[in-house]
Design a protein around this ligand. Structure first.
Ligand code: DCP
Ligand code: MG
Ligand code: MN
Length: 340
């Protein structure tokens, strides 16, 4: 398999690490989504750069790296650290918010509110479970489990169970495990890929957005979740709607609980969903901006042309992923190449 042969060592991993940490800080503490995106994109650029960067000036020639990040690279090269991160590490409020956002279901805004109530660690949080919803309570319960990366081999096993159980309901279901499993996000030398969760996309030719059998669609995902719960794979439901399930699963009792996402999408929107759910998120952002430049709006459901007034027209009919790239004149990239 291609991903297992990939031998791209990230020669700029130390830069990527501090950029990712800065990104997380901007997202969770400062809540500056623009800076978050800037750091994420810079990190993604450096992660695939084939040579070791030796100066900020050299980095600045690459896409997504401007003056400020170039300066940080110089500072890191000269001092081995970043003063900005040193300061963040010393700041108790920042540390508390960062920790709490690692609980599944707790976002930056909730974390901030909790910290304002004097909650700064997981023990405090356990004592105040009255302030948490069901998702957050389960997120706290399985904090350590959910933090552990899932080996590719385990996802393969879970994939088999999911496919078998869903196909048993109806063989016409199409099931795809997407997200970071679909490619190697940051392949290491041994090609061991790991994922944060399991992203499952499900569709069925009888369900299209034009012919929505409302009542029936409503029961589809619930039936799937019930079957997967009854067979012991799904252990917790965090949220369950018509098209989106968030929960936990466990392959064997001696393995950690894993985060499982399932999406049920109409057949005619399947390829836009597949593209979206395959990611990465940075890749999606870049592709969407390119689509806009070409006069199209792309989201997880449809690709639509923008009229001169900027109003989206009827969705373009899409029958495979490649077609989406074609329509917006974007060079095709296989999932392995969609890291940024
Ligand atoms: N996605 C996106 N923008 C977001 C969140 C998600 O475009 N803000 C898309 C791209 C992701 C996919 O959904 O690849 C799945 O989301 P995950 O959060 O599960 O991310 P990954 O699967 O890529 O990484 P991980 O291994 O951490 O699960
Ligand atoms: Mg994922
Ligand atoms: Mn996910």
């Amino acid at each position: 398999r291609k991903h297992e042969e990939t031998n791209n060592e990230n020669l700029n991993k130390d830069f990527c690490d501090f950029l990712s940490e800065l990104a997380q800080f901007e997202k969770n503490v400062s809540r500056n989504i623009h800076k978050y995106n800037a750091y994420r994109k810079a990190s993604a650029t450096l992660a695939v750069h084939p040579t070791r960067i030796t100066s900020g000036a050299e980095a600045k020639k690459l896409p997504n790296i401007g003056d400020k990040i170039a300066k940080k690279i110089d500072e890191f090269l000269q001092t081995g650290k970043l003063q900005k991160l040193e300061n963040i590490h010393k700041d108790e409020r920042s540390q508390a918010i960062s920790l709490l956002t690692r609980v599944s279901g707790i976002g930056p805004s909730k974390a901030q509110k909790l910290v304002e109530k004097g909650i700064s660690n997981l023990d405090d949080l356990k004592k105040h479970s009255d302030l948490l919803n069901h998702h957050q309570i389960i997120g706290l319960k399985y904090f350590n489990d959910f933090e552990q990366k899932i080996p590719r081999s385990e996802i393969k096993e879970i994939e088999k169970v999911i496919k078998k159980k869903i196909k048993k309901i109806d063989v016409k279901y199409e099931i795809n495990i997407c997200g970071s499993y679909s490619f190697c996000l940051f392949p290491n030398r041994r090609g061991k890929a790991e994922s944060g969760d399991i992203d499952t996309l499900v569709t069925h030719p009888n369900y299209t957005s034009k012919n929505p059998d409302k009542a029936h669609i409503d029961s589809v995902l619930k039936t799937i979740v019930r079957k997967l719960t009854n067979c012991g794979l799904i252990t917790e439901t965090l949220s369950l709607g018509e098209t989106k399930f968030m929960g936990a699963c466990q392959l064997k009792s001696d393995l950690p609980m894993r985060r499982l996402d399932i999406r049920f999408q109409p057949y005619d929107q399947y390829y836009c969903s597949l593209l979206y759910f395959t990611g990465s998120d940075v890749f999606n952002q870049n592709m969407r901006s390119h689509a806009l430049e070409q006069g199209f709006t792309l989201n997880e459901y449809t690709l639509r042309p923008l009229g001169c007034t900027g109003v989206p027209g009827e969705p373009v009919e899409i029958t495979c992923e490649e077609e989406i790239f074609d329509v917006i004149n974007y060079p095709y990239k296989s999932p392995e190449e969609r890291n940024n």
